[in-house]
Design a protein around this ligand. Structure first.
Ligand SMILES: *Cc1c(COP(=O)(O)O)cnc(C)c1O
Length: 398
């Protein structure tokens, strides 16, 4: 077997589909906020999957849950009940405004499920309405329906024809949603903060305005909390920060701290799916739901979201310090523990590569935008180290 860094890189090029611009690193081990590559070099992980390894790499709570459940029962199927799935559903329902959960394996699948639910609801309750209003710059996933909801032209163009029924309006603009609403509208689908779109934080009253409009019109509000949910914004769910309740909510990324799991949850009044309408072979699998239960329970019992909010404020102070020093930083923006640094030119990729060389993994979420989403458990000391690396790199690039 080849065992040098170079060889693994060549094998990647030879055997993997060329769907991602991969960083020039092959990681072999993680612990907490740290990763190690195949040459033993250490990195601070301020990307985490993105926003996925919520408790840090190989958290003991997750390791124990995985090994205990792997010995007991790994997989059955949706028609055979297992205890972990019910426990996780109950935990999420009792800690949210939603009433019922369906488990799947990713964020895109969670959104697919929510879209199917909204379409069926529209058929039954709103005269066959099926359109879903989405925001420009959104990110909802890569399946045909979710890539259509995502709306970004370059993600969609190669794959036409796409499903009908998605309408796009500018984010953070309630009036645009009002203008786009017709008797065909079934739902509005939004991220509370657009994470992949560049960490776009709406004004505080945006979601309240959207909620009011949905109530007036009798249409559903679906919040895609795949990235914002489970503590990332400094509350268990982002909707809690904005004083609204969604009718449907989707989750994935952070809920398993790295194991693949997603969910969509609905309030009783719109929980219209019946036997035969939807399913997933691996969805709700005992191994994944037991792992996610352990992760979510730990996050709730230890108020990890509050800790993430405090660390987020610390990270914000550090980044604002850099903003004052380097004139090419146009803006620092974020919420909770997801932050972006906006440059006045397309330099994010070279900054990411320079940070990597210095032992920090961050992400160029846009050509002009650097993003940081460390584990919710990141320490102030680790934030200091990361900020020092960013400062060194920017000093060279200024
Ligand atoms: C990542 C993401 C998705 C897609 O999740 P996958 O697990 O990659 O399918 C959907 N919505 C949001 C907001 C995301 O950040």
């Amino acid at each position: 077997m080849p065992d040098t860094t170079t060889d693994w890189r060549q094998l990647e090029d030879r055997y993997l589909m060329n769907t991602a611009k991969r960083l020039p690193v092959t990681v072999v081990r993680g612990e907490g906020t740290r990763l190690w590559d195949d040459a033993g070099k250490e990195y601070l992980d301020f990307l985490t999957g993105p926003s996925t390894v919520s408790l840090g790499h190989s958290h003991p709570v997750l390791l124990q849950a995985l090994s205990e459940q792997a010995k007991a029962l790994i997989h059955v199927t949706g028609t055979i009940p297992s205890i972990p799935q019910v426990k996780l559903a109950r935990l999420l329902v009792e800690n949210s405004c939603l009433d019922r959960a369906f488990f799947c394996n990713s964020g895109a699948e969670a959104n697919e499920g929510a879209i199917k639910l909204a379409r069926k609801w529209g058929k039954q309750r709103r005269n066959g309405a099926y359109e879903i209003i989405c925001a420009l710059n959104a990110f909802h996933g890569r399946t045909l329906a979710t890539v259509t909801a995502t709306g970004t032209e370059k993600y969609k163009a190669p794959f036409t024809p796409l499903p009908e029924g998605f309408v796009h309006v500018p984010f953070n603009d309630v009036e645009a949603i009002k203008r786009a609403t017709t008797d065909k509208t079934a739902a509005v689908l939004l991220e509370p903060v657009q994470c992949e779109g560049g960490v776009n934080v709406p004004s505080d009253d945006y979601l309240r305005g959207v909620r009011r409009w949905c109530d007036e019109q009798g249409i559903l509000l679906i919040l895609d909390e795949v990235q914002t949910g489970i503590g990332r914004l400094g509350a268990l769910f982002a909707y809690q920060l904005y004083g609204v309740e969604p009718d449907v909510m989707t989750l994935a990324k952070g809920m398993g701290s790295g194991v693949p799991i997603g969910a969509f949850l609905a309030k009783e009044h719109c929980s219209v799916l019946e036997p035969g309408d939807h399913g997933s072979t691996f969805g709700g699998n005992p191994l994944m739901t037991h792992a996610a239960y352990a992760v979510c329970k730990y996050i709730i019992d230890n108020d990890v979201p509050a800790q993430a909010a405090a660390r987020g404020r610390y990270l914000e102070r550090k980044l604002r310090g850099l903003e004052d020093r380097f004139p090419f930083i146009g803006e620092v923006r974020g919420k909770g523990l997801i932050w972006a640094m906006e440059f006045d030119r397309e330099m994010a990729e070279e900054v990411v590569l320079a940070c990597l060389a210095e032992g920090l993994i961050a992400n160029n979420v846009r050509p002009t935008t650097l993003r940081f989403c460390p584990p919710l458990t990141v320490s102030e000391d680790e934030i200091d180290q990361a900020a020092a690396i960013v400062e060194r790199v920017l000093a060279r690039h200024g």
